[in-house]
Ligand binder design. Structure first.
Ligand SMILES: NC(=O)C1=CN([C@@H]2O[C@H](COP(=O)(O)OP(=O)(O)OC[C@H]3O[C@@H](n4cnc5c(N)ncnc54)[C@H](O)[C@@H]3O)[C@@H](O)[C@H]2O)C=CC1
Ligand SMILES: O=C(CO)COP(=O)(O)O
Length: 337
């Protein structure tokens, strides 16, 4: 069965979830609730056994998992007979994980990318990596404002599922939706990917502003001007402006720039407070900031916040120096997007 088969939109699929972290586990639960059977691949046996007991204490502490996730550390077993595959490892690990999956990947089934980032070494969007390694599998992306803990707890959440073909996107959105997970569809795959990747960079900035005590006004200014940068980068990649104003762009920007529940915000918070950064949970915005800064420089896109976050992270400038540089840029018309 392939993702384009709308007539079977209500029948259960065999969904393979690749990744046993917070988001992989939450999405596995969401797929169960949407009526699918789920096999989850986690590379470490400890996580596999914990999920078997109905918990994932390392990545989703304190959350009881409903029964039904069939966890395995064997990627071949996870992928066997799958109707659809969700890739839920960090962006910088996607290439290695898809390479490991390649020989066992069922032909023609949709691959749904659920990570948010840009490959640091190459500047590749995740869909480009997927097409390079698995050219025979149609590619989609699932993104939007959705904390794993909220989704795992079954709190109401809205996301967007994007694919180049609206038919595939709509089919996946229908199949993944359930009472507390509302999936919109989009044919703007690139726009959805750009929004999800770059919001993490601004979330680090948001945390740093809060951590450094720069005030709520500065925070609102950063989010607003960050959104302008997001639109500029999106335009350069051919994204639709409406996509960037949607759940995967503005929606996720607002969520993660305003909540310490966001690991990227929490990373920025620690940075702003001068606290140690080693050992903090995954912050996808760190590698993405570095490559995004390179991309905007090479493409001559005016994106001073992205550039400043990258420079702060690599230690070239301090937060105070970055703020001073941003505040003293030449004055301009606000609507000059
Ligand atoms: N946690 C959240 O609230 C959300 C996360 N995301 C995105 O999902 C992606 C994954 O995030 P999380 O699951 O939260 O991270 P996490 O840090 O909780 O878990 C990452 C998982 O990936 C596994 N992994 C890493 N490299 C691997 C490889 N090469 N092969 C197999 N497994 C590998 C790790 O063992 C771990 O189980 C990120 O891009 C994140 O931005 C998206 C929406 C919500
Ligand atoms: O992308 C997310 C929510 O939409 C999760 O954000 P963090 O990775 O910053 O926790």
């Amino acid at each position: 069965m392939t993702g384009g088969d709308v007539s079977k939109a209500t029948s259960g699929w065999r969904v393979a979830v690749l990744g046993g972290g917070a988001w992989g586990t939450a999405l596995a639960l969401a797929m169960l609730r949407a009526g699918h059977s789920v096999r989850l691949f986690a590379r470490d046996q400890e996580t596999v056994e914990a999920i078997g007991r109905g918990e994932n204490p390392r990545y989703l502490p304190g959350i009881a998992l409903e029964p039904g996730i069939d966890a395995t550390s064997d990627i071949k077993v996870a992928l066997a007979d799958a109707d659809c595959v969700l890739a839920v490892v960090p962006a910088q690990s996607l290439r290695a994980m898809l390479t490991a999956a390649k020989t066992h990947m069922p032909k023609g089934v949709p691959l749904v990318l659920c990570a948010k980032g840009i490959e640091r070494d190459t500047g590749a969007l995740l869909s480009a990596i997927a097409r390079e390694i698995l050219p025979k599998n149609p590619v989609a992306a699932l993104s939007g404002p959705s904390f794993a803990t909220d989704v795992a707890r079954g709190l109401p959440t809205a996301v967007v599922v994007a694919a180049r073909g609206e038919g595939l996107a709509a089919d996946l959105a229908a199949r993944f939706s359930a009472e507390n997970l509302r999936c919109y569809s989009s044919d703007d795959l690139i726009g959805v990917e750009i929004g999800g990747a770059l919001k993490n960079v601004f979330a680090i900035a948001g945390g740093a502003i809060t951590g450094a005590g720069l005030g709520a006004s500065a925070q609102a200014a950063m989010v607003t001007r960050g959104f302008v940068e997001l639109r500029r980068v999106g335009a350069a990649f051919g994204a639709k402006p409406e996509t960037l104003m949607g759940l995967s762009g503005l929606g996720d920007l607002l969520l993660t720039c305003s909540s310490a529940q966001s690991r990227n915000f929490a990373y920025g918070l620690a940075l702003g407070q001068g606290k140690p950064l080693a050992g903090l949970p995954l912050a996808e915005g760190v590698p993405t900031a570095a490559i995004a800064a390179r991309i905007v420089t090479e493409r001559r896109i005016d994106a001073p916040i992205i550039t400043a976050v990258a420079a702060i992270l690599d230690g070239t400038i301090t937060i105070r120096q970055a703020v001073s540089a941003l505040m003293t840029r030449p004055l301009k018309t606000e609507t000059d997007v």
